[in-house]
Design a protein around this ligand. Structure first.
Ligand SMILES: *Cc1c(COP(=O)(O)O)cnc(C)c1O
Length: 389
């Protein structure tokens, strides 16, 4: 059986995953699981979903062979181009799926929480497309830091609710969104942005992102005369672009590598624990307090990681490594100059590992590597300008 099949009873990936929530939210998750299960088994639902990804989001995205970078690094590099989708990242695959599911479950309202704002913008986009009411919770600090994304969400017709409690960041926005959901579950779907949270989210979001890996596997075989790449690499924040990518390759001989930010390496430096509804690895201090993650990439700035990655690590099917801020900035510039592709800071972490590992035992010279370019760098250009001074 595939290492990335459906999770076991109760949403378990080995000892990880599950559903750890207040009693009041358990029926909502059960309803969602049943709704997703029947939708995903329904050819009509899948046809509509894939049709929208084709005609609206621009799928399939290409796989690009990087000739100049390959020559430079001594390994053959292929990029899966999620940066070329509508809205500029893989997040669109997930929100289109969840918006379609919302409509199918007879609900008219969607809530989401966002830190850097990217998931909020993606959710607002999908809600506009389907005419759904959209409320996005965002910590006051993030509202200030991400003024442009707040404006984008408003342009798209969403209501942004600033959260003033606690540290006024993502964690507080999550709590507020949960509170809303408890009170509104009859009419409202909670749109989660990664392979995180209680069952069925880690499974459902991975299935909505599976298209990345399925497309990439076939495209790589066309380029590599039927062979699979030696290595498949993706950055890991919550882990959705990596999970979708790995799902397409988990049953091949490809080695799977997830790249976390050095300042938020939940698998690298975390401990098992329960956070936001499921069991996984998370960053904690010696008193069991959840630590803040630190990274130049706001999209990877999260102290936890999706439970299926904890599982894939525990069985040795995927390996998780880290990249530090400095090498990420170097890698971003290298890809820009050699290939004319400015990556988002998140996938620049994956590129940083590639640059560091190429030609070592970790990634021997002559290997073929498929790397998921999860998003484009436009959103980060101003920040990178400041960092490079
Ligand atoms: C949000 C984001 C990520 C991190 O999310 P995952 O769930 O780990 O994929 C990575 N890359 C880009 C471009 C993003 O916008």
């Amino acid at each position: 059986m595939s290492a990335m099949a459906e999770p076991a009873e109760g949403g378990r990936f080995g000892e990880f995953g599950g559903l750890f929530l207040p009693e009041s939210l358990v029926p909502a998750c059960q309803e969602l699981e049943a709704g997703f299960r029947t939708a995903w088994a329904d050819a009509g639902f899948r046809d509509e979903y894939f049709g929208i990804l084709r005609d609206y989001a621009g799928r399939p995205t290409p796989v690009t062979e990087c000739h100049r970078l390959s020559e430079r690094l001594g390994v053959r590099v292929l990029l899966k181009r999620e940066d070329l989708t509508h809205t500029g990242s893989h997040k669109i695959n997930n929100v289109i799926g969840q918006a379609l599911l919302t409509r199918r479950m007879g609900k008219q309202r969607v809530i989401a929480e966002t830190g850097a704002g990217q998931h909020g913008v993606a959710t607002a986009t999908a809600c506009a497309l389907f005419g759904l009411d959209c409320v996005v919770y965002m910590g006051e600090v993030d509202v200030e830091r991400q003024a442009l994304n707040v404006f984008r969400m408003k342009l798209l017709g969403a209501e942004v609710r600033p959260v003033g409690s606690g540290s006024r960041t993502l964690k507080d926005a999550i709590n507020e969104a949960m509170r809303d959901w408890v009170a509104s579950v009859e009419s409202t779907h909670y749109c989660l942005g990664s392979v995180m949270g209680p069952h069925p989210y880690p499974w459902m979001v991975r299935e909505f992102q599976r298209i990345i890996g399925e497309e990439a596997r076939d495209q790589c075989r066309a380029i590599l005369d039927g062979d699979d790449p030696d290595y498949v690499v993706a950055c890991v924040g919550g882990g959705s672009n990596a999970a979708g990518t790995f799902a397409g390759f988990v049953d091949t001989r490809s080695k799977l590598i997830g790249v976390e930010p050095a300042g938020g390496a939940a698998i690298g430096h975390g401990v098992p624990g329960v956070v936001h509804g499921s069991k996984s690895f998370l960053l904690q201090d010696e008193h069991g307090q959840v630590l803040e993650a630190h990274s130049i990439s706001a999209g990877l700035d999260y102290p936890g990681v999706g439970p299926e990655h904890a599982y894939l690590s525990s069985i040795g099917r995927a390996r998780y490594v880290a990249a530090a801020d400095g090498e990420v900035l170097e890698a971003l510039q290298l890809l820009a100059r050699t290939e004319g592709i400015i990556p988002a800071l998140e996938p620049a972490h994956a590129v940083a590992w590639l640059v560091r590992a190429a030609g070592t035992d970790e990634l021997p010279a002559g290997s073929t590597v498929m790397l998921t370019m999860s998003g484009r760098g436009d959103k980060d250009a101003e920040q990178v300008m400041g960092l490079l001074g």
